[in-house]
Design a protein around this ligand. Structure first.
Ligand SMILES: C[S@@+](CC[C@H](N)C(=O)[O-])C[C@H]1O[C@@H](n2cnc3c(N)ncnc32)[C@H](O)[C@@H]1O
Length: 237
């Protein structure tokens, strides 16, 4: 991206997360993180959100655990990621999988341009927190633009379900319950601390009005008991 001194649109790669641009992290990502894509696909099928005619856009697709599973049961998947390292891994997996209905696109929440019929489902898991709140609001409005009326946004993220006064307790408890030091297979305390310190996870009570403001109705919101994770099923109004 060419930046002029008065450019105010960010270069999303600068917010992509240090680890997502790191070859070693990307190589071990699937051993560390299980997106539980099979369960997720099953739930979306049961809710009649995903079916053989569906078009899906996965924003921040990473190594494509969900995108590849979705491609097996729907018409078209566009897997979008801003990290060239993640995207290379995803393209390699697509080649090995042989799926012909999945496209890997190098773009971000703020730059992806959809072509073809509007999508039935926008999926985004653990990626939106890379943008600060102003840009999350813009990204959510762009997601609504990609969807057909009545289309669904499935959004998972680290979203804090406590008050600022309780942040020290909530974050400390999350980090304290993480005991693994096996960086190849688990998330470790320094990685969680880095997430809180350097990335842009926000509060549920800030994100949810942004989702509604972008033109969605929040149909379901599931929160982890720890107050750290949230999953939303939202329908475009
Ligand atoms: C923690 S990974 C999640 C990957 C996958 N969604 C999953 O659930 O396993 C976050 C992903 O978001 C991507 N990402 C970061 N900023 C982004 C942006 N502005 N637009 C699109 N993707 C972004 C990263 O490159 C990375 O692949």
């Amino acid at each position: 991206m060419t930046r002029t001194p008065d450019s105010w649109w960010p270069d999303e790669i600068e917010h992509a997360g240090r680890e997502n641009l790191d070859e070693l992290h990307v190589e071990r990502y699937d051993s560390k993180e299980d997106a539980d894509a099979g369960t997720e696909i099953h739930r979306l099928q049961e809710a009649a959100v995903l079916g053989p005619t569906s078009g899906v856009v996965d924003l921040g697709a990473g190594t494509g655990q969900f995108a590849l599973a979705a491609a097996a049961v729907c018409r078209r998947v566009v897997a979008v990621d801003v990290s060239p390292v993640m995207l290379a891994r995803l393209r390699d997996k697509i080649d090995r999988n042989g799926a012909s209905n999945i496209e890997a696109v190098h773009a971000g929440f703020l730059t992806y341009r959809h072509s073809g019929p509007p999508a039935d489902l926008v999926y985004s898991r653990y990626a939106l927190h890379h943008l600060p709140d102003f840009w999350k609001a813009i990204a959510l409005a762009r997601m609504a633009d990609v969807l057909r009326p009545g289309g669904v946004l499935r959004l998972w993220d680290v979203v804090y379900g406590f008050e600022p006064a309780d942040a020290q307790r909530g974050i400390d408890a999350w980090i304290a319950e993480t005991t693994s030091t096996d960086v190849d297979h688990d998330w470790t305390r320094p990685e969680l601390a880095e997430h809180v310190r350097d990335e842009h996870s926000t509060f549920t009570w800030l994100l949810e009005p942004m989702i509604e403001r972008a033109g969605f109705h929040i149909v379901e919101a599931d929160y982890s008991p720890s107050g750290i994770f949230a999953r939303y099923l939202c329908r475009k109004r």
